[in-house]
Each structure stands twice: as structure tokens, then as C-alpha cells.
Ligand binder design. Sequence first.
Ligand code: ZN
Ligand code: MN
Length: 479
Amino acid sequence: MKQNYKIIIGLEIHVQLKTKSKMFCSCSNQAENKAPNTLVCPVCMGLPGTLPVPNQKAIEWAIKAGLALECAINQTSKFDRKNYFYPDLPKGYQISQYDLPIGEKGMFEFYSQKDSKEKSVRIRRVHIEEDAGKLMHQGKDSLVDYNRAGTPLLEIVTEPDLCDPQDTKIFLQDLRQLMRHLDISFADMEKGHLRCDANINLIFGENQATPIAEIKNLNSFKSVESALIYEAKRQFDEFSKNNNIFSKGAKTTRSWDEKAGVTKLLRSKEEEADYRYFPEPDIPNLKFDDEFLEQIKSSLPSTPKENLTWAVEVLKINIKDAKALLSDLKNFEHFKRTIELGADPQKTARLILNKYANFKSRYKIYDFEEFGIKPEYTKSASTLLSRFNNQIENSVVEEMFKTKADPEYIIKEQDYKTTNEKDTKEIISSVINENKDAVSDFKQGKGQALGFLVGAVMKKTRGQVDPKTVQKILKELLK
Ligand code: ZN
Ligand code: MN
């Protein structure tokens, strides 16, 4: 039995674009928490005689994503009908793109924490299509909600360049970050804004391989990783049992059962021809001239990768903090503006990651500045707070989020006393100078005099220092 094998993984990723309206009609695209079938019209319901009109913003955003993924953008692009029957697809076909997608032959690099290496994955294509509705099963009944039908989707197809489940998860996380960074999708996997199908098989030596399995609708990063780990092992066991499975074997479609922790056979995979693609006759070809593409190119923000390099190499922030900071674009923007004011990068990064995170979730803050935390405040917090102990630091930050006031003002107002070692020493020295009697008592061996001095320091700092530290410093100074 051959033991040496390689895992081959390729992904098809669907990203919901957060445009105001749907892909081909003016229905609202904000379907979250809306009553079923309230965001529908004859166009997205596919009624006869209606005409689809492409959403310009969605096309621009798809080009933006294509450029960020280093794709060649097709100057002529077109829509095609992908025909299949399913109850959540009102028209009986999906408007998608077949042979002239928005972009092709791209590349996405991600940083694998697994072996601390940059890795690149080729992007086969990036195209636009519309989402289907949602089926809901209640007991014996199946209900359908068409609110989501017609939501613009960006489909990103990779070449099979991934070879490890954990890397695949990291790749997807970085891709999500890029989508958020481009400001084109909320890209929340749990909410279905970002969905992933994974193709996986194993290659044994030169000419033996297991048949490709496509695992459908993975809807969390964890399930992507677990499903791939499980499926690789399942294929290996299967191969070992038969020792003779070639890639000619039928491709299969499988689902991931999160609870049971297994993939299950759904069906043998539909081949491309089953979809009977043909050009969408109701939408003229899209033509993009150089000027238009140039305009989009110049609007691209620096990529997350460029930002990471900047944070690590220029600002000297450790990579773990830099990655954490970049995983939330709004955190990063706030960080950047604070740094521009001259704040210390590492201190600011830690402040945002360690102290702000709490309040961000407590007050459901999306954007700090919108909420009322100015970069100036973060700057004064990052400079002032290191002079205080953890407890005071927390109170000041809490007060800042509550009152939206400058930490400098809060510290003055509350009359917080500095508690770093240097300042504490100064206070202790002054207490020593002011209490000559107690000092000489202590030097003559009267132990309780030390307690008196500690008390004096505590009184002076209004209890904002650690008594044990005070005792230690006092003993040193009185030696
Ligand atoms: Zn509609
Ligand atoms: Mn698709």
C-alpha cells in the first residue's frame, strides 16, 4: 500500500455583494430579518415579459475584486443562462457568466501561520451571478422565501493549489478580509454572505488518485477545515481498502454533517453540459474601456497584504498583533489614523486589541469614529495609560466609551494617580521624607512602622497602587 500522497484542494467561493439593490432589479438587497417574500418583484420572480437590468455598482465591485485578485479583466464580458430546476430558483435558470467572466487568471497570496510562509493560490476566474431563494423545511412542508433571489454574487474559483485543510481555512479568512477591505461585502460566513464549496482528492505518486469529491455549502471556517480533514482521511481509507482507485472514478457531491462530523454522499456530480449554458438574450454584452478600468484601478485601497507588510516591517508590530488588527478593517483604519497623529504603534495596537475589543462588542460598534472615539483619544489613551495600573487603565477606557471624552480629561477629572514604578518610587520617597519618626522607628526594628508608611503611601495615591509593591520598594529604599 502506498503511503505517500498529496491532498489537492480547489475552492468555489460565493460572496454576496452588499449593494443597495439586487443584481437585475431594483428590489432591496437588505434581506436580513425581513418577512419572507416581501422583497420581490416580477423581475426577480422571473415572471414572463420582464427584463433584467444589470446593477452597475455590482459590476464595478466585481471588477474591483478581480483587480485586487490580480486577474486579467475581460474588456468584453457577458451574461449567460445556467439552466437547472430547483424550487428556490423561480426562473428555472440562473443568470451567471460562462465563457467571458469579469476576470480570469489571477493570483491570491496568503500568509500561512502553519509554516510561517507566504503561499499563493491561482485564481481561475471571477464572475458575477445572481443568488437563489431559500428553502425552509417545517415538518412535512417545504416553504420558500425569494427575498434572496437575485442578490448579486461574486463567484471566485481557484485552481487546485491548496494542499492542506488548515491552509485552506487561512486562505479563506484572508480572502474574507480582502472582501471586507474592498468594502464590497459583509463577508460573514455564518450569515451566508460568504459560502464555500471545496473540491478535494488525493494523489498517490504518478498516476493514482482518488475521485474528486465536492463538499457543498461549508458555512463556517471551522467546518471548512474539519470537513476537509475528514474527507482526506475518508478518501485515504477508501483508497487503502481498494488500493486501486483512479481519478476516472465518478466525481461525487457530498455534504458536511457538522454534528456527526462526517461528509455524506449527496449525488454523483452534475457535469457542465447538464446546465445547457447559453448567452442571456435579454442583456447586451458588457464593454469596459481603458478609462473606466483605470478609474476603478485607481480607487483600489492598499491591499491587506501591503498593510500587513507595512505594519510588520515599518511599524515593527509583531505579526500576530498585526494580523489580528487587520482582520477588522475598521480597527485597522482607526489604528492607522492614531499612528498618523504620532502615537506609538505597538502600544496602540495592544490598546485596540486588548482593551477596545470588549466595548466594541458591548456597544455593537462598527466604526470607532462614528461611535465617538476620536483618534486623538486613542492617542492619549495609548500614551497616558502605561503610567497607570491595569485597573485604572480599564476604568479610564470604560469611562471613555461611556462618556466619549478624552482620556486625558478623564484622568484629570477623576484625579487618577500615576502608578508606574518610577512615579510610585517618587511618591514613596516623599512619604519617607515626610515621616522621619516612623522611618527611624522602622530602622530600630519596630515592624509596625512599615505598616504605617505603607498606609501613608496608600492614602496619598488614594489606594491606586499595589500595597505589596509599596512594601517591597519601601524596604529597598530604607535599607
Ligand atoms: Zn426584484
Ligand atoms: Mn455559482
